[in-house]
Design a protein around this ligand. Structure first.
Ligand SMILES: Cc1ncc(COP(=O)(O)O)c(C=O)c1O
Length: 313
């Protein structure tokens, strides 16, 4: 079978890595690889890769050392937080946390749910949005047939809950199955009107549309760097600090504790690194540095998982 390939300049309006990679064919021979699944993982942008390569010799321990390169890397890491906060149009006081992926971000938030928190998700969500809420009461909402039905379904589900208890709505911004955009702003308004918070799974939205935390009025946003042309596993959870600040650290370790003590006497601190302790993989987000550049988790009772549909009427 003859296999035709498209010239790299036609295939990739943005210069990305791997355009010349050839792969073996089952029928024998080789062909230039055509990556068709950017929604799963996009190749790294050449520009980003060049910045990473230029930075690599200056790598030092982030938040964990006093040496020059450690300070340089820490500065770059903190600058990256600011860059992401601008990218997401975050509110003053919002916190950008680096994770491994959208899945990791949502699991991080799941460990910070207040006691007795109810979670509402549509059954059409990606598993990363459906599954992390293991210690909460989860209500799965029936797949809506329209934007209006989605809003009405959520309205009905939230109207039936105790308005004084904590609740979280988790919605995707763009479906990984249909590509459909969801009415996030309207869903956020309904959530807030009923005293619930909302987290936006922007894994598929962020690569295609601007995401404004402020305009959408969502409490958190989660997305994956590897779907946004960043190399390898990186993710973000951005938004409000209070639930995360009051919870025990996601990972216990250096950076999560103010002092070393027996676990029972442990004293947790809130500092940005608290929710992501340990040595961080520093990554530049803009131009590469030059050598002269200065450089209490609560344990919610296991709730029942209610996964019956709330009908769209
Ligand atoms: C809508 C949506 N949410 C979440 C995820 C999970 O992303 P990750 O695998 O980077 O955690 C995906 C992955 O394809 C997705 O499409």
């Amino acid at each position: 079978m003859a296999v035709s390939t498209v010239a790299p300049s036609v295939r990739a309006p943005l210069p990305v890595l791997g355009l010349d990679v050839t792969v073996p064919l089952a029928s024998g021979g080789e062909v230039t690889y055509a990556a068709l699944d950017y929604a799963a993982s996009a190749p790294a942008l050449q520009r980003v890769w060049d910045d990473v390569a230029a930075y690599a010799p200056y790598y030092g321990s982030v938040h964990r050392g006093a040496g020059h390169l450690s300070q340089l890397s820490t500065d770059l890491f903190e600058n990256a937080r600011r860059t992401v906060a601008e990218f997401l149009d975050c509110r003053t006081g919002d916190q950008v946390l680096f994770t491994r992926s959208t899945t990791d971000s949502l699991n991080l938030l799941a460990t910070a749910l207040p006691d007795g928190c109810e979670v509402f998700v549509f059954e059409t969500e990606h598993h990363a949005s459906l599954l992390p809420w293991r210690n909460a009461r989860v209500t799965c909402l029936e797949a809506p047939r329209s934007h209006r039905a989605a809003v009405e379904t959520l309205e009905r589900a939230l109207a039936g809950r105790d308005p004084h208890g904590p609740a979280l709505v988790c919605v995707t911004g763009a479906s990984n199955v249909t590509g459909e955009l969801w009415p996030v702003r309207e869903l956020a308004a309904v959530a807030h009107a009923h005293g619930a918070r909302i987290v936006l799974d922007a894994a598929q939205l962020a690569p295609h549309r601007p995401v404004s935390v402020r305009e959408l009025d969502v409490d958190w946003v989660a997305f994956s760097g590897h779907k946004l042309y960043a190399p390898f596993g990186s993710g973000v959870l951005a938004g409000r600090t209070d639930w995360l600040a009051e919870a025990e650290p996601y990972l216990a370790g250096g950076g999560a504790s103010r002092k070393v003590a027996r676990r029972e006497d442990g004293e947790w601190t809130w500092s940005g690194t608290r929710a992501s302790p340990g040595t961080r993989p520093a990554r530049p987000t803009s131009s590469a540095p030059t050598p002269s550049r200065p450089p209490a988790r609560r344990s919610p009772p296991r709730g029942s998982t209610r996964c019956g549909p709330v009908r769209s009427g």
